[in-house]
Design a protein around this ligand. Structure first.
Ligand code: MG
Length: 385
């Protein structure tokens, strides 16, 4: 039996991971679950999976959850609770599927505890990529990306690591890929939360619509695969059939194709290097009319270029990009700012930051905090230009 901890068990990735575990209950069992504050669903999951421990990120949610779950389950809370679950002694694999930079500390805890990590939280590598990857190498940790693009690249690179020339990340383009600049100004929250090819949490859905998601993935790919930014390209591919590609030194391309079903990369992260049958739908090539690829329009979707710029600057700048974006998305979802303000805010906060070139974790976390405060400050002063 392989013991699995899921951080973010009530989110989209967490729920699909539980489906994978259900389908292969002869192989996998849940030893730990964690979520931010969705206590009712956590209680249902506790009843069904009977984990050894549960952590709720929001300390205030602890008393109410305590009443809902069995005394046999250890209940933890806060960032410390998430980190304790991530380092749980019986855990073999830790799936980090929480959303946002909150994923950094639990990921570090899993690294120190020598766990295999299935990483579905992109903010960890975007914010603290150099630092985290150094720790991964130092501790000889197996880190398997769960994000469909990085899982695709990871799979294409099996046995080809030394032959990599360029990475091609594909992007659906989001729900507004065909919108004019003027139409983008009038995008509502409801419109933005409707993604054409998948159903994901609200943060990543908005990031997909701005193309910031792809920008974060570019930075993540840089860290995961050790590739420079000029050798990471992005293609808009509206069918979402090609999940990403690698271009090798001899001019050959390897692409990963399949149904757009996150259970495939989640399961692969659990079984790597093995493969077992999955519940995902089979792809019928005779029903595909065409596979199209386009260059992204960086004028209409400036977030992608901001991410490249932050990545190239390096140091603490990607942490600023990420933190400003998290706050901007939060304010957009709260109806406080317009959709097209999101990248403008991020750019303004980046412009105010003096990059620290080789930051430690403390510095990264304090810059992250600074960027959040600065973003809110600009919004509250009405200073968006
Ligand atoms: Mg992705």
């Amino acid at each position: 039996m392989i013991n699995i901890v899921i951080l973010g068990s009530t989110g989209s990735i967490g729920l699909q991971a539980l489906q994978v575990i259900d389908q292969h209950s002869d192989r996998f069992q849940v030893v730990g679950l964690a979520a931010r504050d969705e206590i009712n669903l956590l209680a249902v999951q506790a009843e069904q999976y009977k984990p050894k421990a549960i952590a709720v990120g929001d300390n205030d949610a602890y008393p109410a959850l305590k009443k809902l779950i069995s005394d046999k389950i250890e209940l933890l809370s806060g960032l410390e609770g998430l980190s304790a679950i991530a380092a749980w002694p019986e855990a073999d694999i830790v799936l980090v599927a929480v959303s946002g930079a909150i994923g950094i500390m639990p990921t570090m805890a899993a690294i120190k505890a020598q766990k295999r990590i299935a990483l579905a939280n992109k903010e960890t590598l975007v914010t603290a990529g150099n630092f985290v990857m150094k720790e991964i190498k130092k501790n000889s940790i197996t880190l398997i990306p769960v994000d469909s693009e990085h899982s695709a690249i990871f799979q294409c690179l099996q046995g080809e690591n030394d032959n990599l020339h360029k990475i091609w990340l594909t992007a659906s383009g989001g729900p507004f890929r065909d919108f004019s600049e003027q139409q983008l100004e009038n995008v509502s929250i409801e419109m933005a939360l409707c993604h054409p090819n998948s159903s994901m949490g609200p943060k990543i859905t908005i990031d997909s619509a701005t193309l910031m998601n792809k920008g974060l993935e570019v930075i993540e790919a840089h860290h995961l695969f050790g590739v420079g930014y000029t050798d990471i390209g992005v293609l808009v591919h509206r069918q979402s059939i090609v999940h990403s590609m690698v271009e090798l030194v001899d001019g050959a391309f390897l692409a990963h194709l399949g149904a757009a079903d996150m259970r495939i990369p989640i399961q692969y992260a659990f079984t790597y290097p093995q493969r077992i049958p999955s519940a995902a739908q089979q792809l019928d090539f005779t029903k595909l009319a065409a596979l199209e690829f386009q260059a992204p329009d960086v004028k209409r979707f400036p977030a992608l270029e901001l991410a490249y710029a932050a990545g190239r600057t390096g140091g603490t700048m990607p942490a600023v990009l990420n933190a400003a974006n998290e706050i901007a998305v939060q304010y957009f979802l709260g109806g406080k700012i317009g959709f097209n303000i999101i990248p403008r805010l991020v750019e303004q906060v980046m412009n105010r930051h003096d990059t620290i070139s080789e930051p430690g974790l403390e510095e990264i976390l304090s810059v992250d905090k600074w960027a959040r405060i600065m973003t809110e400050d600009i919004i509250n002063r009405g200073g968006i230009s």
